[in-house]
Design a protein around this ligand. Sequence first.
Ligand SMILES: NC(=O)c1ccc[n+]([C@@H]2O[C@H](COP(=O)([O-])OP(=O)(O)OC[C@H]3O[C@@H](n4cnc5c(N)ncnc54)[C@H](O)[C@@H]3O)[C@@H](O)[C@H]2O)c1
Length: 343
Amino acid sequence: MLYFDNNAILLLKNHINEYVNKNRAIFILCDNHTETDCLPVLQNYISATFIDEVISIPSGEKNKSIEMAVYLWQRLLDKNADKNTVLICLGGGMICDLGGFVAATFKRGIDYVYIPTSLMAQIDAAVGGKTAINLNNVKNSIGLFTQPNSIYTIPYFLQTLPEKEILSGFAEMLKHGLIADKIYWEKLIQIKDISQITDTELIKKSIDIKTAISNTDPYDVGERRKLNFGHTIGHALEAFALSLTYPISHGEAVAWGMITELHISCQKKLINEKECLSIVNVLQHFFPSFSIQEDYAVILSYLQNDKKNANDKLNFTLLNSIGHAVINQQVNQNEIINALEKL
Ligand SMILES: NC(=O)c1ccc[n+]([C@@H]2O[C@H](COP(=O)([O-])OP(=O)(O)OC[C@H]3O[C@@H](n4cnc5c(N)ncnc54)[C@H](O)[C@@H]3O)[C@@H](O)[C@H]2O)c1
């Protein structure tokens, strides 16, 4: 169940009271930023005596790792977490993906709750039941489809989110418009100022698009692949940047992935050049250029590991026109390099 608005914190308070009345232990997982900026907000509503353990880990995508999962399983064991424990994941997509994965696998699964605090997590990562960790920088290689008990999406938390992270979430909002809703896309491209991005109506629309698509295909075998637009190249760029210890945000990677995949869509004559360039112009306005010297061989090697591939074929979601994505497109290496050269 997803509760969305600033009053959701009151519902959360009631649910925590219910857990406490049933003698259930409450553990909170956060990172060093959400510990400073978000945990005190939560503690205004939830008595400190109700929280049995706060586990704070360093922020950053490199910590969405097997080593961190092992550390967290061990911490849960050391603190006597059992099937009655509830893990509250208070953070961005990194904390939700990692915390959900750890909770769903610990003792064959304990209850967990998401309080997504980044725009990316509110409109995307917390929705749809995918959890994962990266392995050798390859994004989301190990993971599960599993649902949290509930999701409390509280826009108030975005007040402390840095602008770079707001923009990161905005990339996925733009993607939602591109793959599913032309009217939404047209609203988004009117945005002139970063503060307009976190408008609650816009956030709600993105949550609705992500929810509707993932509900039609919870296990990602068909329709849901539309959400992968920008992600095949995007994940390879993100992995490449992580390997150079020059991390880029997930949204930047997806934006540059969308630009590259638009050029591929154009090469394949799925989208006409005029429409392609008009979208690329919008994306480049918000996400000017990929700032790392590209190494095509390394990027292609990450693409080979993409979990959407089957039978050695690189599988992409491309765009026909604004609002219409097309799944299961096979793309060859030349088409990819030609498009990367335009980044
Ligand atoms: N499971 C899914 O369906 C799904 C969908 C989209 C993205 N993701 C994953 O989500 C991750 C990206 O999420 P993200 O962009 O939220 O990254 P993130 O969790 O690393 O958060 C970005 C930064 O913002 C900070 N932060 C978060 N909330 C804050 C707040 N309210 N105030 C101040 N700082 C705050 C974090 O500490 C971090 O430094 C990636 O691992 C991506 O693969 C998963």
